[in-house]
Write a protein that binds this ligand. Structure first.
Ligand code: OOG
Ligand code: MG
Length: 258
């Protein structure tokens, strides 16, 4: 058993038992590279248990998120089939610790992409469709306080996600950087942004992912969903609450907590 295996158990237990942890990476010499190994091991155990990887996510790709979370380097995570909800499907608070919801631009890959050297233009060419989504993040760390290595080990706080019903050919959106986003909680506007909030253009975020996967000897797979990162800070959700995001051309997506 490697010294990292204990963190795999700790993190899986925290998810399954809704337990808050204290950050452990700095105090235990867990590097960012180690943290990705922990994330991979957690995902492999979920897959061995019957789950499936359906895509990937980027975290901390907007200034709003980086400032809010006090981590200024993007991180990569993996999307499991079991964590996808249908649009407006109830989010069960009893399964989560302290969820927050954030609006994201979502890509469906039509072709695989292998870094290094992948550009945003190549991402657009490889994209079958773009749409909108909401990511429910639920850091296993108390008060969402973590370092980059902690949040990477924790699969970048991934908990649930939902995609909207509207899918558009990326060539039919003149400029994804200029797509507007209105985030509403319980019918009240709480934040606005444009696609450019994510690394200047959300396709840059997907290119970053493809190039990072390339450094791991992996590819961005055809058919994957990619969450390109929260455009705004996340909003907390409580039982009875509703959060929606409206994205102009990319439509609207909502989530209701019970
Ligand atoms: C980390 C996950 C960030 C995003 O879209 O920026 C993320 C967190 O905020 O807990 O998913
Ligand atoms: Mg996110």
């Amino acid at each position: 058993m490697s010294h990292l295996d204990q963190w795999v158990d700790v993190l899986m237990g925290a998810v399954d038992e809704r337990r808050e942890l204290q950050p452990f990476a700095a105090a235990n010499g867990v590097s960012v590279e180690d943290a990705y190994a922990v994330q991979d091991a957690v995902v492999a155990r979920r897959v061995a248990g019957g789950d499936r990887v359906v895509g990937a996510k980027l975290g901390l790709t907007s200034k709003a998120k980086q400032l809010a979370m006090n981590v200024d380097v993007p991180g990569f995570g993996q999307l499991l089939a079991s964590t996808q909800l249908a649009n407006e499907e109830p989010l069960r608070m009893a399964e989560l610790i302290h969820p927050r919801v954030e609006p994201e631009i979502v890509f469906v890959m039509g072709h695989s992409l292998a870094g290094p050297g992948v550009t945003a233009r190549e991402v657009i060419e490889a994209t079958q469709a773009v749409g909108c989504g909401l990511e429910v993040i639920d850091s296993r760390f108390a008060a969402f306080t973590f370092t980059l290595a902690d949040v990477v080990a924790d699969n970048t706080s991934a908990a649930r996600f939902v995609v909207g019903p509207t899918w558009v050919d990326p060539h039919d959106v003149p400029d994804l950087a200029l797509v507007g986003c209105l985030l509403e909680a319980n019918g009240q506007g709480v934040a606005t942004a444009a696609g450019a909030a994510v690394l200047g253009h959300p396709a840059e975020s997907v290119a970053l992912l493809a190039n990072w996967l390339g450094t791991q000897g992996r590819v961005l797979e055809a058919g994957w969903l990619v969450l390109s990162g929260g455009l705004t800070n996340a909003v907390p959700i409580a039982a009875g609450g509703h959060v929606s995001a409206t994205f102009g051309r990319l439509g609207r997506v909502g989530i209701r907590a019970i």
